[in-house]
Design a protein. Structure first.
Length: 379
């Protein structure tokens, strides 16, 4: 497989390797970093490693050579935009929609926002698709408060792409690092999409975190819940719970679940997701996972199982100390960064835990990223 944008985009670091070689490379990485803590299982591959991303984002800018608005993708780690119409890891229908939007913006004479001059209107578009539901959400992001001729624009877009189920206009006046601004207006449909994972339905709002590879996410979550070895009566803590996915899936096999998450929007979605799935033995709190677990362990409150899915930076020492002080029977660590995972496993295995299973997943083919589930038990 080769991608003509590879050199400029550099999002797919393993682009030059065949898929089998990518898997071997990742296995070696995982072994090197993690085998000190236990046997590393064979990485779970994807049957079809292409077009797996359910989230497509295209930036708009004015191309001085072509003298018109074009769309592109951010160069990995910078804010330079690379003109690109096709990406080999993104969902194809969603890319087609993004390309239709680019053409419509040109025919509606809507200008791309220019960061340097502060002129223009549209910044970027986000297209998110529900893998099982087939629902599709378009989020049009402008720098200006209004979107010119929005009703006609949406009408023309739906005419070209009738499978879109909702269109949202988001206003992001101060740009750069924030993908979405605080103000949104639903232009068509319900303003969010839903998708199914492991038999539960989840709401995906424009800004909420949702794993980008639905096929592997299902395998990952199933493995994580399996590792928890729930018997129906356990008190389970879902730390860094996002929109509550893991906790909600695990809840039917647990006594009760407590989810903690820093992002208030994700917590709101989590509460709605629990209601939507009629899960009653779960509650969520918004806050720092480290603060919560420290309070719990100081108050002598115990959880039987702790599932933790921290961001790339891993857990803080404070979190890990309090976790070990609480002494849950089992810990299930879901990691998107084997380096910080290795660091945290070093702590956990020297503070009363031993690993039972270390299972890597290839969630992000063509990129260097490795996802891992580790189950640990109290020694
Ligand atoms: N388990 C979820 C989310 C995983 S992503 C899922 O699978 O969808 C990691 C989550 O940790 C994000 O939602 C992020 O907002 C949250 N987070 C980051 N720092 C945190 C902290 N200090 N305390 C609690 N949650 C945090």
């Amino acid at each position: 497989m080769s991608c003509k944008y590879y050199k400029k985009c550099s999002g797919c670091q393993l682009q030059n390797l065949e898929y089998d070689e990518q898997l071997r490379y990742k296995q070696k990485q995982a072994n090197t970093l993690l085998s000190k803590y236990g046997r590393v299982e064979k990485i779970v591959p994807m049957k079809n490693p292409l077009h797996y991303r359910n989230k497509v984002q295209k930036m708009f800018f004015y191309d001085f050579k072509k003298k018109k608005l074009v769309s592109g993708i951010y160069q990995s780690t910078t804010h330079r935009v690379v003109p690109a119409k096709h990406c080999m890891i993104e969902d194809e229908a969603a890319q087609d929609i993004a390309n239709s939007i680019t053409k419509l913006l040109v025919s509606f004479k809507i200008k791309a926002f220019d960061e340097r001059t502060g002129r223009g209107t549209v910044r970027h578009v986000l297209v998110r698709t529900g893998f099982t539901s087939g629902e599709i959400m378009v989020v049009l992001v402008t720098a200006t408060p209004s979107f010119p001729s929005k009703a006609n624009f949406v009408k023309a877009l739906l005419y070209e792409q009738p499978e879109i189920t909702t269109v949202v206009h988001n206003v992001n006046p101060d740009g750069m690092n924030l993908t979405l601004g605080l103000r949104s207006e639903v232009l068509f449909g319900k303003g969010y999409i839903e998708d199914e994972l492991c038999g539960c339905i989840f709401r995906i709002s424009p800004a909420s975190f949702y794993q980008v590879n639905p096929v592997q996410t299902e395998n990952l979550y199933a493995a994580a819940v399996d590792c928890a070895e729930l018997t129906g009566c356990e008190k389970l803590l879902d730390a860094y719970c996002g929109t509550g996915t893991i906790g909600i899936i695990a809840a039917k096999s647990a006594g009760s679940v407590f989810g903690v998450e820093l992002n208030p929007d994700a917590v709101r979605d989590a509460v709605k997701n629990a209601e939507r799935n009629n899960v009653k033995n779960i509650r969520f709190e918004c806050g720092d996972a480290g603060d919560y677990i420290t309070e719990f362990s100081s108050a002598g409150e115990k959880f039987d199982v702790v599932m933790m899915d921290p961001p790339r930076a891993g857990a803080t020492v404070r979190f890990l100390k309090s976790l070990c002080k609480m002494k849950p029977k089992r810990i299930v660590y879901i990691s998107c960064n084997p380096k910080t995972l290795a660091r945290d496993l070093n702590f956990l295995t020297t503070h009363g835990y031993r690993t039972q299973k270390i299972q890597p997943f290839d969630m992000f083919p063509y990129t260097k990223h490795i996802e891992t589930v580790v189950s640990l038990v109290k020694k």
